[in-house]
Design a protein. Structure first.
Length: 291
């Protein structure tokens, strides 16, 4: 039995789709089963509720061989690390109580991020909690998601610009979520591995934000520029969109770590994932772009 959390989320739904054609039975944890596509509801077992809830994960993890674990974001959380740690406590209890053999989770790429790196540090803390159960564990380690650009489709359409807090001329490692999901599905279906470790998932691209803007311009056939925003402006935007002070500070701390080169070493040495940024723009960004 394979258990999937966040089956309607950005990565989780792609993991489910990657597993449906296999022979392994699939169980999903979901708050609102009606959000599952019909073809998924017909082929999976559903446990309704939050995977933050001990009773829910105890039920879902019963008889489970492997679990795909994601902590979903909550910008209203007052403390980023406190939120990640609290969200993972029930899972750790259920992993031990139910004898789960293997866990695959979404973590983060980076070095020197154990402290003071906002969301990066929080996900590392979550990793350590799961590892302390003794379960077989693989932490998928992505850098920035290419899908982050989808949040800026309107700015690209109306202003011809997208904005991040990274320097325009510094390489920003990235990955398509489809490649994270594919690696997760591969590991969930492979019962031969044990022990604990990280699995970097990063594209071969070595693009700066300016370089990304050039690719976007070519694919969308319209001029698109990149503009770096200051950290305080970045914080203000997060607060305007409903983030708590703690969550906004976590975003700032993460950006500082990224700008200091947190991804650089693993980006240089990791085996690349299949999807390049241009391909992603052609297959995901362009279809999402308003005519």
């Amino acid at each position: 039995m394979l258990v999937i959390t966040t089956p309607t989320g950005q990565i989780g739904r792609q993991v489910v789709d990657g597993l449906l054609d296999g022979d392994e039975p699939i169980r999903v944890i979901v708050r609102d089963p009606s959000r599952l596509p019909a073809h998924v509801r017909e082929r999976v077992e559903v446990v309704q509720g939050s995977h933050r809830d001990l009773d829910v994960v105890m039920e879902a993890f019963s008889g489970a061989d492997a679990v795909f674990w994601v902590v979903p974001p909550d910008p209203r959380a007052e403390s980023v690390e406190g939120y990640y740690v609290d969200y993972t406590q029930a899972a750790c209890q259920a992993i031990s109580a139910r004898g789960v053999k293997r866990v695959v989770a979404v973590s983060t790429m980076g070095s020197g991020i154990e402290k003071n790196a906002g969301h990066l540090s929080a996900t590392v803390a979550k990793d350590r909690m799961i590892e302390d159960t003794g379960v077989g564990y693989r932490a998928l380690q992505p850098p920035a998601f290419m899908e982050n650009l989808l949040w800026q489709v309107e700015a690209i359409k109306n202003q011809g610009v997208f904005f991040w807090p990274q320097p325009a001329d510094r390489v920003l490692a990235s990955v398509a979520t489809r490649d994270i999901a594919a690696k997760a599905a591969e590991l969930l279906l492979d019962d031969s591995w044990g022990g604990q470790g990280g699995v970097p998932v990063v594209s071969a691209d070595a693009l700066t934000p300016d370089g990304m803007a050039q690719v976007v311009s070519e694919v969308l056939e319209r001029p698109v520029l990149y503009r770096q925003v200051g950290l305080e402006a970045y914080r203000a935007t997060a607060l305007q969109h409903g983030a708590s002070e703690g969550w906004a500070q976590g975003l700032i701390d993460m950006a500082v770590a990224q700008n200091a080169g947190a991804y650089d070493e693993q980006h240089r040495t990791s085996q690349p994932t299949p999807t390049g940024f241009r391909q992603w723009c052609e297959e995901v960004l362009r279809p999402a772009f308003p005519a």
